[in-house]
Design a binder for this molecule. Structure first.
Ligand code: NCD
Length: 303
């Protein structure tokens, strides 16, 4: 038998059954009437990178379930004094942490830590690699609208190359038989990016990608990442901004998603970001329920 989920590191490690179980539990979680499943537990939020949504929702999720939380950031802790990741992990564990939620700019950092310390590690985003809780909350949002993932046409548009959200989502969605289309200029969507999971294709023409789309997931564009690239900001907006006109190419029932933070007027037109097809606020709210389910699951397995 497969061991129970002890750490949540990436969507690649999850089976379809484990994902279904996490989503079912997340649907049952009510942040206003939470079960006190984690009373007496201590959850450490170890954030080496800025975060608003992910950090706050993990904190609210842990507190809703009755756990105590503490936040450690790179700039106001011994990390600034040069303490290594593993030493920080051991310190936090010796202080009595029952789980560590961790964000780090280097791909693989939570995997490394999980090999050294005895408490569960939850990856809240590592470099360009994985952001599994975001992919799970996105799957919850999609299934709330579409009831299933199989056969859906999901267009992920923007800076796919630098996006752990794109990678985690594509791997999760393809496990369920969704068709995933990565879309953007070749500099930001190299053709090899489509090799990360079966059922993923790369496309450099947004109008073609949007034909018949069920889900349009837009990703943040960092202006500085376009520096030195073949495409200018103006060209990007002209070719790849998700606009009301372009949304007419997708199915009328299509939903628009974005992990946030959005850069207004760049990756999405305001009418789309604030329009009736946008699920962005719902994604954020689902983040709390999903992270409640994740914490409850890994801490139960750690018992
Ligand atoms: C994303 C991240 O940090 O990976 N944001 C998030 O967690 N909601 C995406 C981004 O920063 O563009």
């Amino acid at each position: 038998m497969k061991p129970r989920l002890r750490c949540l590191l990436g969507t690649d490690q999850l089976t379809v059954t484990e994902i279904d179980a996490l989503l079912t539990l997340a649907r049952r979680m009510d942040p206003n009437r939470p079960p006190q499943l984690l009373r007496g537990k201590r959850v450490v939020l170890l954030f080496y990178e800025p975060s608003t949504r992910t950090r706050t929702s993990f904190e609210f999720a842990a507190k809703a379930l009755g756990a105590a939380t503490t936040l450690i950031t790179a700039t106001s802790s011994s990390i600034e004094k040069g303490e290594s990741l593993i030493d920080t992990g051991w310190t936090v564990t010796s202080l009595g942490a029952d789980a560590i939620v961790m964000r780090h700019p280097n791909s693989g950092a939570p995997y490394l830590l999980s090999r050294y310390i005895p408490v569960p590690v939850i990856n809240a985003g590592d470099g360009l690699h994985q952001h599994p809780s975001q992919a799970l909350l996105d799957a919850l949002t999609i299934t709330n609208h579409k009831k299933r993932l199989k056969g859906l046409r999901v267009v992920i548009v923007g800076d796919v190359f630098h996006s752990r959200v794109a990678r985690s989502n594509a791997i999760l969605l393809s496990k369920f038989g969704a068709e995933v289309i990565f879309c953007g200029p070749p500099d930001l969507v190299p053709d090899v990016s489509a090799t990360i999971a079966p059922g993923v294709v790369a496309c450099h023409d947004l109008d073609a990608a949007l034909q018949g789309a069920d889900v349009v997931m837009s990703l943040r564009i960092q202006k500085e990442r376009l520096a030195g690239k073949q495409i200018s900001l103006e060209d990007y907006i002209a070719k790849f901004q998700v606009t009301p006109q372009r949304m007419k190419l997708a199915r009328p029932s299509a939903i628009v998603m974005h992990p946030g933070p959005i850069v207004r007027g760049l990756e999405l037109a305001n009418e789309v970001a604030d329009g009736p097809q946008s699920c962005m606020h719902e994604q954020v709210a689902n983040g709390v329920k999903t992270r409640m389910a994740i914490l409850a699951t890994v801490l139960k397995a750690a018992r």
